[in-house]
Design a protein around this ligand. Structure first.
Ligand code: GLN
Length: 303
């Protein structure tokens, strides 16, 4: 495995055609494009890393995986009354289908669905308490207390969040937002601004590996872990989800910080990061690296 990761870092990780950083969140726009890291936690407990795997980055929408687990833990399957489970075929921040579907977003991984998910785990607590609960979940999953929210990133996003506010207010007009939109959006922006490195993220992803004995804490029932992976496969890369399934064949969740969390069911939890994005807003080199890793290991669920 170490040879494979080092080879990927030396080839794909050095590709000069690196995509572009997300421009709309001030602190992400200026991240050095010239970075690449990858980490793998195998189901037998062995861990491997290569490149900038210890460099922290903004996990952004990867947080939606932890948020949906937390919200499901709180309200169970009633979450699906407020958010669907279908791919949208549209950009992560699209508002288009919301009108047709009366304020019920297509899935918990597009922004509208994630805002409803946040609204759900926020209910009954203050934003500070809710974020404390989310951080506890992520730290427990990673087995690492040194995971924090980057408040400068959160503040910057909050100031440029007009479109996300529009989604929140639109859903509120349909009764699908129960908390003060200012609180829900503040919590959402802070949730997206969690900093992690590839090693921490790959470790945190082990909670989805299906309750393998001795491998990280059992934070969700294995049926729920299986369903979250299904959502990652079908919706985890927005309108690029089909392309990711075609190229990699594994459930994954991307974020505009350039990270991707990928699960090889029953086999491994993988985190890859390179800040340059492709046209769908998913990490360009991260996707290419995952394609190479899936080829080298034959881990595709379709193999
Ligand atoms: N915080 C970002 C947003 O809402 C998350 C988007 C993403 O990572 N795709 O715009």
């Amino acid at each position: 495995m170490q040879d494979i990761l080092d080879h990927i870092t030396a080839t794909i990780g050095q590709n000069p055609d690196r995509g572009k950083t997300a421009r709309y969140i001030p602190d992400l726009a200026n991240v050095d494009l010239d970075q690449f890291g990858i980490a793998v936690c195998l189901a037998d407990g062995r861990e491997f890393q290569s490149g900038d795997a210890a460099t922290p980055f903004s996990i952004q929408s990867i947080s939606k995986v932890f948020a949906v687990a937390l919200a499901l833990g709180k309200v169970g399957d009633s979450l699906w009354q407020r958010v669907g489970r279908e791919p949208s075929g549209l950009a992560f921040d699209s508002i288009m289908l919301l009108e047709r579907e009366q304020g019920r977003p297509r899935n918990p991984f597009i922004n509208a669905g994630a805002i409803v998910t946040t609204d759900t785990y926020l209910e009954g607590s203050t934003p500070k308490e809710a974020l404390g609960g989310l951080l506890r979940f992520v730290r427990d999953a990673a087995g690492d207390g040194n995971i924090h929210i980057n408040s400068a990133v959160a503040r910057g996003e909050m100031q440029t969040a007009d479109r996300n506010f529009a989604l929140a207010h639109y859903m509120r007009s349909h009764g699908n937002l129960t908390q003060d939109p200012q609180h829900t959006m503040g919590t959402y922006c802070h949730q997206c601004a969690i900093d992690m490195n590839c090693i921490q993220l790959a470790r945190a992803g082990r909670f989805l590996l299906g309750g393998i004995e001795g491998l990280g804490p059992r934070l969700v029932h294995k049926t729920r872990a299986r369903r979250i992976q299904a959502l990652m496969m079908t919706c985890g890369h927005y309108d690029g989800s089909g392309d990711f399934a075609f190229r990699v064949g594994l459930p994954g969740k991307s974020g505009v910080g350039g990270g991707i969390l990928v699960i090889a069911p029953g086999k491994a939890s993988i985190a890859v990061w390179s800040p340059g994005l492709n046209a769908y807003g998913n990490s360009k080199l991260g996707t290419e690296a995952m394609e190479a890793l899936a080829d080298a290991t034959d881990w595709s669920v379709f193999s």
